[in-house]
Design a protein around this ligand. Structure first.
Ligand code: FES
Ligand SMILES: [Fe+2]
Length: 364
């Protein structure tokens, strides 16, 4: 458990609150706490369900530092396990995605059926008291929502509890009608929380993204907060050509702790922020489009998003260095422009409080 006190976890109103201490972005102990507390017990986006439509299709990933694999079984159900063989810990799949009739460990070749049960065990005839039924793969919770696949290393529960209200709010836009187009990956030299903070405000737009800022009136952005997520919302201007879209609404959802859904009338971007080390994260950036979207529009959209993304990466890496500096510990919020960041940091404090209460009870 990192150095935490109930005093630091106190929640003050936005206009009086301080930002979270720099140690939360910098210390190894917080990195480990985040993994255990936040990422091991929440729904984590894996990818589009369309990639896992066929029997035997699989996708491997790392969630909260754990190797996992999701597979479509013979009964057309999604299944997920730790990507860890029960013999001596070998990997079942070593590539990111593919199709298999069964899963064969890449070490000594044990085979598992698509329901996770152990099937073939070479050269085990002389091993005593060994029952294959005791050595099935270790399962995880897996679910599908709006054409996207999520896993949960913890208690699970319905994903609807986390995303309740989103589909109704964006209707008639329908995420399940979007088609997966491509995935980009960005490795960023900052703690994952730096990247999330940055996503949650438009305050930096005039300085960091002058080109984007010329194209939209970010001051019209409204931030709404909900128990499990926040929304930055903006009506697109008539004739607005940022992304070549017709008029409509832009919705930028942040689902705690690390999922972003950027929704425009014709496209969805899904970002999952993956903590890698205390000062590195990876941004998984998936693009989905409405069927029939023009190829040139997709290309322009991806290029423009990539430019904006690189501007964010650069500033986030600078901020991480600032947070590491002895000159900085905590700051204040613009009550006008940073309610989303404040909301995220309050959710973080609430989660840390739970962990602290548990350790206090353990010690008592
Ligand atoms: S570790 Fe998998 S077969 Fe040996
Ligand atoms: Fe930005």
């Amino acid at each position: 458990m990192p150095d935490l006190s109930f005093e630091t976890l106190k929640i003050l109103p936005l206009a009086r609150a301080e930002t979270i201490p720099s140690s939360w972005y910098v210390d190894e102990g917080f990195h480990r706490l985040d993994r255990r507390l936040l990422f091991s017990d929440s729904w984590q986006y894996v990818g589009p369900a369309s990639d896992l439509a066929e029997e035997g299709a699989y996708r491997a990933d790392t969630v909260a530092g754990e190797p996992i694999v999701v597979v479509r079984d013979k009964e057309n159900r999604l299944r997920a396990w730790y990507n860890v063989c029960r013999h001596r810990g070998g990997p079942l799949v070593t590539d990111t995605c593919g199709t298999a009739r069964m899963l064969q460990c890449k070490y000594h070749g044990w085979t598992y059926k698509l329901d996770g049960s152990l099937r073939g065990v070479p050269r085990f005839d002389r091993t005593d008291l060994f029952d294959k039924r005791d050595f099935g793969l270790t399962p995880l919770q897996v679910t599908e929502w709006q054409g996207m696949v999520f896993v949960n290393l913890g208690r699970g529960g319905s994903i609807e509890e986390t995303v309740r209200g989103i589909t109704d709010r964006i209707a008639p836009l329908d995420l399940s009608q979007m088609r997966f187009e491509r995935r980009d990956l960005y490795d960023v030299a900052c703690n994952w929380k730096v990247y999330v903070d940055n996503y949650l405000e438009g305050y930096h737009l005039p300085i960091v993204h002058p080109e984007l800022c010329d194209l939209l009136d970010y001051r019209n952005y409204v931030t709404e907060t909900y128990p499990t997520y926040s929304l930055q919302y903006s009506p697109l201007q008539e004739g607005d050509n940022i992304y070549g879209t017709p008029s409509g609404d832009a919705f930028y959802y942040f689902v705690f702790p690390n999922l972003m859904l950027n929704i425009l009338p014709h496209r969805l971007q899904v970002n999952r922020i993956v903590p890698v080390t205390r000062d590195r994260c990876r941004v998984i950036f998936d693009y989905y489009y409405v069927r029939g979207t023009d190829a040139s529009m997709i290309k322009d959209d991806a290029e423009f998003s990539d430019r904006v993304q690189m501007e964010d990466v650069e500033i986030c890496e600078h901020v991480q260095r600032g947070l590491e500096s002895r000159a900085y510990d905590q700051g204040r919020f613009s009550a006008d422009a940073e309610p989303g960041v404040y909301h995220f940091q309050c959710m973080l404090k609430a989660a840390y409080r739970t962990a602290l209460e548990e350790t206090t009870v353990d010690r008592a």
